[in-house]
Write a new protein. Structure first.
Length: 352
């Protein structure tokens, strides 16, 4: 792997020598291996199969997928190449509908490609440099989110999180786990309760993996244990990431987030959402219109290939839910901490 990072956790995604290289998150924590994508279709498959996941990470991966498509294309004119990339972009965006970072990253890269003018080679260079820049910015953005939110955890020794909004869900450092990392610098006693996050177990497999790498104390609990943990311990904050934040502050995130927010409010525990501005979708007025991805029934009905439900059991498997803005105490972004009323706070943060 390349890169000049000193982080203890592995790199989530990079584009090196015409190959998109991904840490295979479907195999973690048991096996640490990399997937090498040599065409954009393999990139799309990696996103669908959750070999790479997490809203910012899939956005950057799709951006690299476009770079790969441009580099592999034999289109000789800029117009032909741009038309081909528009088709690839559409296919990449269709892989996972809820995370707005995917659309945002692909549209950002395409806009720069269209503005590059000149030859097909100019388009190729523009696509690759835009994708590489977005990747570098993602890491810097996560560090800024971490530092912006760390103060919210002053005096907090116990925090709960859901899913994985960490280094693995981004290019590095993470959003919710970025805030935890920054707070941990000042308070090494900080302890994290990690919901296991049924059905794909991003909390048990990935959050526990990367916090262990970072030397941050972590206890994994079944999702159903969160309520009694919040009642019976001194948890001082809940903090999660987001896949899409509507203009009014409603938050789509991993299924189970809404339940955690309800329980946190019931127990007087502040509920924080950490996300880059690219996760805020000003064109989505509220959470009711966010498309929620439905995942295969087998994720619920099977465990490691073995059935855990009766044959023919009916399964409902939404990948995400929506937490209403009134259950959110703050949204932590790279430009600072946003508070209710979120509509105007978001508009100001986005410069609208
Ligand atoms: O299905 P996943 O694993 O992609 O879901 C990920 C989440 O819900 C994360 O909390 C969200 O993408 C934020 S990642 C910084």
């Amino acid at each position: 792997m390349t890169g000049n990072r000193t982080d203890p956790y592995p790199l989530t995604v990079e584009y090196v020598d015409g190959v998109v290289v991904l840490l295979d998150q479907a195999a973690l924590p048991g096996v640490e291996r990399y997937v090498r994508c040599e065409d954009w279709q393999r990139v799309a498959k990696a996103i669908v199969d959750l070999e790479v996941r997490g809203a910012p990470a899939i956005g950057i991966t799709a951006a690299f997928g476009l770079a790969l498509a441009a580099d592999c294309s034999d289109s000789g004119s800029a117009d032909d190449l741009l038309a081909e990339l528009a088709g690839v972009a559409e296919a990449l965006v269709a892989t996972r509908p809820t995370a707005v970072n995917l659309v945002w990253a692909v549209e950002t890269v395409l806009a720069e490609a269209r503005a590059s003018g000149g030859s097909a080679e100019d388009v190729r260079l523009a696509v690759t440099s835009a994708a590489q820049r977005l990747a570098a910015e993602d890491l810097a953005t996560c560090r800024a989110i971490g530092d912006a939110g760390a103060g919210l955890l002053d005096g907090v020794d116990e925090v709960i999180t859901h899913c994985n909004a960490g280094a693995l869900a981004t290019v590095g450092y993470g959003t919710a786990l970025g805030v935890i990392r920054s707070a941990h610098r000042d308070n090494p006693a900080l302890h994290v309760w990690a919901d296991e996050t049924r059905p794909v177990l991003q909390g048990a497999r990935l959050t526990a993996f990367e916090l262990d790498r970072d030397g941050i104390a972590c206890t994994v609990i079944a999702d159903g244990a969160a309520a009694s943990v919040l009642r019976g311990s001194s948890v001082g904050a809940a903090i999660v990431g987001a896949d899409r934040i509507a203009a009014n502050g409603d938050v789509a995130n991993k299924i189970g987030t809404y339940g955690l927010a309800v329980v946190a409010r019931h127990h007087g525990v502040p509920f924080y959402v950490a996300a880059p501005l690219s996760t805020i979708d000003p064109d989505t007025p509220d959470g009711s219109v966010i498309e929620i991805e439905q995942r295969p029934a087998a994720e619920v009905a099977e465990y490691r290939g073995s059935a855990i439900t009766p044959v023919g059991a009916v399964v409902h498997n939404p990948a995400f839910d929506v937490t209403p803005a009134d259950l959110v105490d703050a949204i932590i972004t790279e430009v600072g901490v946003l508070r209710a009323p979120f509509g105007p706070a978001i508009a100001e943060a986005l410069g609208r």
